[in-house]
Design a protein around this ligand. Structure first.
Ligand SMILES: Cc1ncc(COP(=O)(O)O)c(C=O)c1O
Length: 455
């Protein structure tokens, strides 16, 4: 068995804290995983309801993916990225096809390593097409922590102390129904948030438009269709269509960040498909490889990314087109093709959300629950049902990680992730392969943790 005390001593000396959030107290180690579960050094199983920030949508140790990876290791594990290999071309086509299906638009795919790098590439692409001007992004947005990505991520904390690299985005309020002036009326909330954005285009004195040249200071809008780290916030149905109308008038691009919500998290391949708009650029990462390889990328319309505009070497990374990642990307598409995810995830998601609604009725500290497919949220509040309660959310999370919850005569743990503007929201991203029994198990484990903390 690993010696946690000894490892902690070494961690305190040798490890930077800068590359991790270092939230958990005590620090938590895992030694293995399987399906929907992580397993610790004492062989205790933890039901994982966040799947590595939605990077492992198809389940841990999924043999379909592991076999493909091993096969690729034995065939062509590395290649310098100036050379080509079959899967790179075929995966690009499959991603293109999945997007062309709902946009009816031709485009191209570009790869890199990690979500933040894909976002940085998209910023370059916007710049090349529109000039180095500002972009809109949302309050509560998270697009990564490289210098470029943090300039469009809402937290000043991620930019503070790093100087003035790149343009800071203009942050627009996200349509957050529960915390809007109209929490019980989604239509009014939608109108309210659309009007707030519309107002910026009323006259030159709102600071956005030069009407004499018919130009805007902001040339692209970065969106997460469901806000991820911001708390799995689901916008009202027609909100994006109405925003897109305004953007079209001023030729402003939409960059759709699907890094967390893509690959059927919401019951559709791309989350934006729920909202009836066609983005100009789409970024993806995480579950593209079921979390087994840090491969990411972007798709863009042909007119933006054709080789005359976006010439060879516009970005480059040694591992950008790595064959292990490409074969895993192909495996994801093969896996999805075998499934009937749209139907299955919608059904499982409804079942999950109904259970959450039942819990909300029982416990006043649950202020809001919502979900789209298997992207679900639980907002923890004080008993008034509104005031955010970060301390309680942290306690529930830490107790889940203690691995001491009694279930069917055995001890288990529960892995929850806390997000949201006030760090009081459990952002639930279970494996898309989670069983109904495991969903029921979640309800029992979670209720145990709530009871333990409010009684
Ligand atoms: C929506 C979104 N964009 C970008 C990123 C950054 O991706 P990475 O952590 O791989 O750099 C994340 C990560 O959580 C994300 O959720």
């Amino acid at each position: 068995m690993i010696n946690i005390n000894e490892l902690n001593k070494k961690e305190a000396i040798y490890c930077s804290w800068g590359d991790t959030v270092h939230y958990n107290n005590p620090l938590k180690y895992f030694t293995s995983c399987n399906g929907s579960f992580m397993i610790d050094e004492k062989d205790i199983e933890y039901l994982d309801i966040q799947m590595a920030y939605s990077a492992v949508n198809f389940g841990y140790k999924n043999s379909f993916f592991n076999d493909k990876l091993i096969n690729q290791i034995n065939k062509l594990p590395q290649i310098a990225s100036e050379y080509l290999h079959e899967d790179k071309i075929l995966l690009s086509k499959r991603i293109n096809d999945s997007i062309e299906k709902f946009t009816n638009t031709k485009g191209r795919v570009h790869f890199n390593v990690g979500g933040s790098q894909a976002i940085d590439d998209s910023l370059k692409l916007v710049s090349i097409n529109k000039g180095s001007r500002g972009v809109f992004a949302y309050e509560g947005s998270y697009h990564g922590r490289s210098i470029g990505a943090s300039s469009i991520t809402s937290s000043y904390r991620y930019r503070n102390r790093y100087g003035e690299f790149g343009n800071r985005a203009c942050f627009i309020p996200f349509p957050y129904i529960f915390r809007s002036p109209f929490p019980d009326d989604p239509q009014k909330a939608e109108d309210y948030y659309v009007q707030q954005f519309e107002r910026l285009f009323e006259s030159e004195y709102q600071g956005i438009v030069d009407f004499k040249r018919n130009e805007t200071e902001f040339v692209a809008f970065y969106i997460e269709p469901i806000q991820g780290t911001g708390g799995y916030i689901i916008p009202p149905k027609n909100y994006f269509k109405r925003i897109k109308k305004i953007l079209d008038e001023y030729n402003i691009l939409i960059v759709d960040d699907e890094i967390q919500m893509g690959f059927f998290r919401t019951g559709k391949m791309w989350a934006i498909e729920h909202f009836g708009i066609e983005p100009d650029i789409i970024t993806f990462g995480k579950s593209l490889t079921n979390g087994l390889n840090p491969l990411s990328g972007l798709w863009a319309k042909e007119e933006l990314i054709n080789p005359e505009k976006w010439s060879a070497g516009s970005t480059h990374s040694t591992f950008g087109s790595n064959p292990l990642g490409m074969s895993l990307g192909m495996a994801s598409f093969d896996w999805i093709e075998k499934k009937n995810y749209e139907k299955e995830i919608t059904k499982k998601g409804k079942y999950f959300l109904n259970g959450l609604k039942e819990l909300k009725k029982k416990y006043k500290v649950i202020g809001d629950v919502d979900g789209l497919g298997l992207a679900l949220r639980i907002e923890i509040c004080f008993p008034d049902g509104r005031t955010p309660n970060k301390e309680l959310a942290d306690k529930i999370k830490n107790d889940g990680l203690s691995g001491k919850i009694e279930f069917n005569g055995k001890k288990y743990g529960l892995i929850l992730d806390v997000g949201g503007y006030y760090k009081n929201v459990f952002t639930l991203a279970p494996s898309l392969e989670i069983t109904y029994d495991e969903i029921d198990m979640f309800f029992e484990l979670f209720e145990f943790l709530i009871k333990m903390n409010i009684e």
